[in-house]
Design a binder for this molecule. Structure first.
Ligand code: CTP
Length: 402
């Protein structure tokens, strides 16, 4: 198992008594573990026990002159490959959801760019309360991972959902969340979403791409330890953990961002739905009807946008280049022609005429189309699963020095 760094944040619930067992399980998996505590956590678990088992100093105070000298709290947030909050009380979930930074644990959670895995533990009614539900939803929306809570008798005397997941189960979720680290040391560029090509100050040409597929590709690469730059078209999706995001609007801006990053990249995945055409002119002010003859409509003149994928594929010394193809009929043949025209190493073809796949869906049914005519048809999968299969293939290409 790879040697990864887990920052374990412990908050003050009775389930904290199980944390020493969790530390042991994480160490047994080969992880390096450091523990930080909220002030009330120390009422439920001995800092000395955690220190002994983790083999490293336990911290509870944000401003501790002695310990800041050793490793300051921002360095600690940066150190982590994964932050685990176990147990996570309703209070800590609320503070996380609202972005508070009023102690060491919440400050670290706000400062870290690592993925966060949360193991909630609380009274059944607190877990079911709309306030907690809203906080959990908001955290999930930002990509925070959850394990548990389980159902059963609770320390408070109630019975129901609220028990912290068992240490072995949390350790298994940590293994999953950390992934195989198979892209450690690699730099990858991923594009996502549609582009928006302005006509004037208020109108634009755009397309239906949600960006979900590209964001899933970026998230999976980060999970596997790559340094990821995500060049994202307009859209409201949360930035995946550990990903550097560059927001762009037009195809020309996307091209510029991609080529600025490309020289240092081992791989480029063009999941974006780049607009092929843009208005020939962008009016400086809103186009007004009163400036036109009665009942007349302006004629829209379009010009071609550069093809980023084709251009990247032609660059000497480039890394692996992967394209996507949104097709609505004769999918595989069209994708094969597109692959040859663009010159990339792999094309992910998807049939956007299906309702359960493609635009804005959480699932996708794709085929991997290879130069020379080989095709792998994948079943309907979640976009995260498609992303995992995609990186499995790219890793092989990287390994073979493509
Ligand atoms: N692409 C690109 N630059 C463009 C257009 C597309 O880099 N100006 C990339 C997309 O990111 C995708 C691939 O090319 O990886 C294929 O996109 P798609 O829209 O399916 O193909 P087009 O080249 O636009 O062909 P057509 O629309 O004619 O099918």
């Amino acid at each position: 198992m790879d040697h990864r760094r887990v920052l374990l944040a412990v908050s003050g619930g009775i389930a904290a008594y199980k944390v020493p067992e969790l530390v042991r399980a994480l160490r047994a998996d080969g992880h390096e573990v450091r523990c930080v505590l909220t002030r009330s956590a120390a009422e439920f678990v001995s800092p000395l026990a955690l220190q002994t088992l983790s083999g490293s100093r336990v911290r509870a105070e944000l401003f501790d002159a002695e310990q800041e000298g050793e490793i300051d709290h921002i360095a600690l947030a940066d150190w982590a490959d994964l932050v685990v909050v176990a147990p996570a009380t309703a209070h800590v979930l609320a503070r996380m959801a609202h972005g508070l930074a009023d102690d060491l644990v919440t400050t670290l959670l706000l400062a870290t760019r690592a993925p966060v895995l949360v193991a909630p533990a609380m009274n059944v009614n607190m877990w079911a309360h709309p306030a907690t539900r809203a906080n959990v939803e908001s955290l999930r929306g930002r990509g925070v991972l959850f394990v548990g809570p389980a159902s059963g008798p609770l320390a408070c005397g109630w019975e129901g959902e609220g028990r912290m997941a068992e240490p072995a189960e949390i350790a298994a979720s940590v293994r999953l969340a950390l992934g195989p680290a198979s892209l450690a040391g690699r730099r990858v560029v991923v594009t996502a979403g549609g582009t928006r090509e302005p006509l004037d100050t208020v109108r634009a040409l755009t397309n239906r791409s949600s960006g979900k597929m590209g964001f899933a590709v970026a998230a999976e690469a980060a999970r596997r330890g790559a340094e990821v730059v995500l060049v994202a078209g307009p859209g409201g999706l949360a930035t995946p953990a550990g990903v550097r995001r560059l927001d762009v609007e037009t195809a020309l801006e996307m091209r510029e961002a991609v080529f600025a990053e490309l020289p240092r990249a081992d791989a480029l995945v063009m999941a974006a739905a780049v607009a092929d055409f843009r208005p020939a002119e962008r009016a400086e002010h809103k186009i007004k009807k009163e400036d036109l003859p009665e009942d007349a409509a302006p004629t829209l003149a379009l010009v071609r946008n550069p093809d980023i994928l084709a251009e990247a594929s032609r660059r000497p010394g480039r890394g692996v280049v992967v394209g996507f193809a949104a097709e609505s009929r004769d999918v595989l043949a069209a994708a094969q022609r597109k692959l040859e025209r663009k010159g990339c190493d792999l094309l992910v073809a998807n049939d956007v005429s299906r309702a359960d796949a493609g635009f804005d869906s959480d699932s996708n049914a794709v085929s991997f189309v290879w130069p020379g005519g080989d095709v792998e048809e994948l079943p309907l999968l979640s976009k995260s699963e498609v992303a995992a299969r995609l990186w499995d293939r790219v890793e092989k290409l990287l390994g073979s020095g493509a």
